[in-house]
Structure formats: structure tokens, C-alpha cells
Design a protein around this ligand. Structure first.
Ligand code: ZN
Length: 246
């Protein structure tokens, strides 16, 4: 069993809850889809914990790239830019190097399962509409690509015979079994900054042997994390959005 997660965004309280879940279920294999840092107040603590886990796949996200390099900040809005500068100035050298060493997606996990941050064709592209999603299916082989970046959990299913594309809203704890003749782009949502008006940490598990995936949502202490954002002097909107889940 693999635990697939994305967009942790330096949220230590959300990470702790996810790791407790993994320990209880005996899960030791992790796949990270990027954006470990940016927005949140605990970049060094989060990176330390994540690298200790030795995830089998770590792809970089756009915030990892910008916070690590200190470049390209012009593309970010005010709060994102301020948090990227704040993060860049506080990252420990060894952790910054490890952050910069993470490969760009897509990266193969196993058996044609792949991991990307945005689109498998471009890490900065948000997969939100049918057109971009249709193009993204051209950019990887195999039955399943996990992606993040939008912070919205769920799954796109492409029926190869009819070419029909549909968005599947996944219910927490319900298995979704991959159908033969279909290919999938699955988003585990965001652990550290959910944006679907549900403030619980979001991630997935994947049972490759039985070709099935499952969404999980867990309550965490977002209030403590929001207070740490304010205490760090980061933009207050980054604190309020944790409470609202958007
Ligand atoms: Zn993100």
C-alpha cells in the first residue's frame, strides 16, 4: 500500500496527523507530488520529517522550485510571493539542496503508475477543465497518473473506447477500482491547504495489486497552524484560508 500526498505547504500539524494515520495502518511507502513548502510556517520541520521517511517518489512542485531557488517569484501573487521569500530566507542549506534535487514530474512509481505535480506535460499547468485534462492524458503512458497543484481531490476517468472523459467526486474511505479500458488522472487533494471548502487534510492510498485507490480526509489542528502563520508574520489570508478550507 502506498500513501500518495501533495501540497503539504509546510503545514506541520497536518503532516503529523497524516503520519499518525500511516503508522496506524502500517503504511511505510510514500509518494509526494510536490509543494512540500510555501505558504506555511514550518518549512524546515516538514522537510526534515519528509526526507526521513525516504519516500519512494518525490517530485518537485512549483513552490518547491521557487522557494528553493529564490527565483521566478514574479509569477506569484502577493501572499504567495511573500511566503516564498520568507521560506527561501529560512530554509536550512542542506534541506534547500535536497529540495532543489527533487526531479520534475512525471516520475514512474511502478507498473505504469506515474506521479506529477501539475500536468504530466507541464508542472505549472492546473488540470481543471476538460481541454487541459484531455491533453494531459497524451503526456503519460499507463493506466494512472497522480497529480496535485489544484488542491482539489478527485479523479478524471478517460474511457479509451468512447473517448469520454468524466470527473469522479470521490467519497472519503470508499475504494475506487480502476476499470479495464479506462485511464485515470487522480488528485489526492492537499494535505496542508485544502481548497474544496473542507478544511480537513486530504490524501490518498493506492493498492496497486488490486488496482484501486482511496481518498482520506482527516481533521487536524488548523487553528494552531493558523496561529503559527500569524506569529511568523506571514500574510493573514494564509491563516484564514486554513479554517475555511479554500
Ligand atoms: Zn500547492
Amino acid at each position: 500500500m502506498d500513501l500518495i500526498f501533495s501540497d503539504l505547504h509546510a503545514n506541520l500539524h497536518a503532516l503529523r496527523v497524516m503520519l499518525r494515520f500511516a503508522r496506524r495502518r502500517g503504511i511505510t511507502r510514500f509518494v509526494s507530488l510536490g509543494d512540500l513548502v510555501g505558504y506555511g510556517p514550518h518549512p524546515n520541520q516538514v522537510l526534515e520529517r519528509i526526507f526521513q521517511l525516504r519516500p519512494r517518489v518525490l517530485v518537485r512542485g512549483n513552490h518547491d522550485r521557487v522557494c528553493g531557488s529564490g527565483q521566478e517569484m514574479d509569477g506569484f501573487n502577493g501572499p504567495a510571493r511573500q511566503s516564498a521569500e520568507w521560506t527561501h530566507n529560512r530554509l536550512r542549506d542542506d534541506l534547500r539542496r535536497a529540495l532543489m534535487d527533487m526531479p520534475m514530474g512525471p516520475v514512474v512509481i511502478e507498473d505504469g503508475y506515474v506521479a506529477a505535480h501539475g500536468s504530466p506535460g507541464d508542472e505549472d499547468t492546473y488540470l481543471l477543465g476538460q481541454r487541459e485534462v484531455g491533453e494531459a492524458f497524451e503526456c503519460f503512458d499507463g493506466p494512472l497518473c497522480f497529480f496535485g497543484h489544484t488542491h482539489l481531490p478527485g479523479c478524471w476517468e478517460l474511457d479509451e473506447a468512447s473517448h469520454s472523459l468524466q470527473w469522479i467526486q470521490m467519497e472519503p474511505e470508499e475504494w475506487l477500482t480502476l476499470r479495464p479500458g479506462c485511464r485515470y488522472l487522480a488528485n489526492p487533494g492537499s494535505v496542508g491547504q485544502p481548497r474544496d471548502r473542507d478544511n480537513r487534510a486530504s490524501f490518498m492510498t493506492c493498492d496497486a495489486r488490486h488496482k484501486r485507490i482511496r481518498l482520506h480526509r482527516l481533521e487536524y489542528d488548523w487553528d494552531a497552524e493558523a496561529k503559527a502563520i500569524l506569529a511568523a508574520g506571514l500574510h493573514p489570508s494564509l491563516a484564514t484560508r486554513l479554517a475555511a478550507g479554500m
